[in-house]
Design a protein around this ligand. Structure first.
Ligand code: DAH
Length: 370
């Protein structure tokens, strides 16, 4: 084998053996760099005789060209392998299940409000709403609270500063003003946009909403929730009221074993008025509905006072009605066994994920779909 073919065989072997780009670069520099073995051969051409150069020139140049091509080929192969290795290392496995995400849930108060709406909707009630910021007329006067009557003070009202006209707006202390907004037709300012015009009886509405009183302790929060009910028709009496509320309670607590009683009470806007209690058991520091011999007050109710009907432009000699109002937060606590009312408003994510409900559950326990 000639020197050149020996060198070429060595170079080919080294190029093939170069395991990565830097090893290949070292082989290239050693052969084709300024002081490389092939470059050194090329330099000898200048000192040769023309005949000798004619013979050796093409051989040495050919060696250089083949070595250069081999190196380029090897480089491309090494680069492709490096890319493959990188792609394999950085591969994303899209078949892996995504890491679990925290799911939002329905707040127990909203869940219970939805349940109440669903139960009353089945009984033929529709939903009415009114503003949180009320005026004295709707919150008190039209509901037969006499001016300066102490009952106004009972409600620990949050008042706004008087407006330019001297009127003091307030945060509604109960959902009862929506009774007025639902009934009022002729003798009061234009019906608000959230009511589709004052309604001609028969009226059957429930009013879920936020209410406010200056009150804060273990069983009271300054903002809380009520559901109000109002039925106005001809020939309505206490029997209808009792049936409606007893039916509601049985469906709400999902048992027929709940006993109820109506206790005489006083509200300015109903006559007669009553509070409804449910039978419960308080032994062992826990409260259980549907058993035991204790009573727990859960709502106020009564026959709508003729003065209220009159204030709303409804003739009490033609129409009668009943109304009721209950605290949603407290009913939520009772139904789902939550010990402290304030937890409902604390916004603690851990509490909410424990007591919260799926947004996709059917709120109507009677429908059998849940
Ligand atoms: N508005 C009353 C309250 O917040 C609850 C109430 C009692 C509502 C009797 C009524 C009712 O509609 O008839 O204390």
């Amino acid at each position: 084998m000639t020197d050149l073919s020996q060198l070429e065989a060595d170079l080919s072997a080294q190029i093939a053996a170069a395991g990565d780009l830097s090893a290949l670069e070292a082989v290239r520099v050693a052969a084709l760099g300024k002081t490389g073995s092939v470059s050194a051969l090329l330099k000898t051409l200048g000192a040769m005789s023309p005949d000798e150069r004619k013979e050796r020139g093409p051989q040495i140049n050919g060696l250089r060209d083949r070595a250069t091509a081999l190196i380029a080929e090897r480089k491309a192969a090494l680069e492709a392998a490096a890319l493959d290795a990188q792609l394999a290392a950085e591969r994303l496995d899209l078949t892996l299940p995504a890491p679990p995400r925290r799911k939002g849930g329905v707040h127990p108060t909203m869940q219970v409000m939805d349940e109440m709406v669903a139960i009353f909707a089945e009984m033929g009630f529709s939903v009415a709403e009114g503003p949180d910021i009320e005026d004295d007329f709707h919150n008190f006067t039209a509901l037969n609270f006499p001016p300066k009557h102490p009952a106004r003070e009972m409600h620990d009202t949050f008042f706004f500063h008087p407006g330019e006209d001297g009127e003091r707006k307030l945060l509604r202390t109960h959902t009862s003003p929506v009774q007025v907004r639902t009934m009022q037709r002729t003798n009061t300012p234009p019906p608000a946009p959230w009511i589709a015009g004052g309604q001609e009886p028969p009226i059957r509405v429930i009013v879920p909403g936020r209410t406010y009183r200056k009150d804060s302790d273990q069983t009271h929060t300054p903002m809380f929730h009520q559901v109000e009910g109002l039925v106005i028709d001809k020939g309505v009496h206490m029997g209808h009221l009792k049936w409606t509320l007893e039916t509601f309670i049985a469906r709400f607590f999902e048992t027929d074993s709940v006993v109820t009683r109506f206790r005489p009470h006083h509200f300015p806007f109903t006559e007669p008025s009553a509070e409804m209690d449910v039978g419960c058991d308080r032994s062992g520091g826990e409260l259980r509905i549907g058993q035991g011999s204790d009573w727990l007050e859960i709502l106020g109710c009564g026959m709508v006072h003729p003065n209220v009907l009159r204030a709303c432009g409804v003739d009490p000699d033609v129409y009668q009605g009943f109304a009721f109002g209950m605290g949603v937060d407290r009913l939520a606590m009772l139904k789902y066994g939550m010990p402290d009312l304030r937890d409902l408003f604390a916004g603690d994510g851990r509490w909410l994920s424990h007591y919260g409900f799926s947004a996709f559950a059917d709120p109507n326990p009677a429908s059998g779909l849940s």
